[in-house]
Design a protein around this ligand. Structure first.
Ligand code: FES
Length: 186
């Protein structure tokens, strides 16, 4: 194009980004469609969601290694049950290797090592990262190649920070409430 011949990269770059974003959106819809019947069965009614009220998620049906999509306040949230191996591997990563250092214990709730709850949009430009790509234990973003480990920490940019953790608490060992932190111990 004329833009390229003058050495201006922006128009081509913009078009390329748009194509990647479109691809990412397609994947997101696909993943959402697969998970929807399951999520719908445990979601509160639409009015409750619209009000931004906390939602309860039954963890019982979620199996080792599975990632489930949940929506709260219009935001995609991943609820992931780590395998024992993933827990071991994630604890073994030295904080010095991380661009946004966070110890394992800061990514899960005390006493619930196998459960991760994170927002499901890439911290770069918001695409939906895809879990379990090849041998990689975490997520890979289809848009610009960011990678996150199995507890949502950045392992490759351009994502600048880890996947954020929404407020949530364990009601029982098998039920979490998203949107509400545990009450402070008396
Ligand atoms: Fe750019 Fe994820 S949106 S790497």
């Amino acid at each position: 194009s004329a833009a390229a011949s003058t050495g201006t990269a922006a128009p081509d770059g913009t078009r390329r980004d748009f194509m990647f974003l479109a691809t990412g959106a397609g994947l997101a819809v696909g993943v959402g469609a697969v998970a929807w019947p399951f999520v719908a069965s445990m979601a509160p009614d639409a009015a409750t969601i619209a009000a931004g009220a906390p939602i309860d998620v039954d963890l019982t049906p979620i199996t080792d290694g599975q990632i489930v999509n949940v929506f709260w306040r219009g935001k995609l949230i991943f609820v992931r049950k780590l395998t024992e191996k993933e827990v071991t591997d994630m604890k073994a990563i030295p904080e010095g290797q991380l661009s946004d250092p966070a110890p394992f214990g800061a990514r899960v709730k005390k006493g619930h090592d196998q459960w991760l709850v994170v927002y499901g949009n890439c911290t770069h430009l918001g695409c939906v990262p895809i879990g379990h790509q090849g041998n990689f234990e975490g997520w890979a973003c289809p848009c610009h190649g960011s990678q996150f480990d199995a507890v949502g920490r950045v392992r490759r940019g351009p994502a600048p920070i880890n996947l954020p953790i929404p407020p949530y608490s364990f009601q029982t060992d098998a039920k979490i409430r998203i949107g509400e932190e545990a009450k402070a111990a008396a």
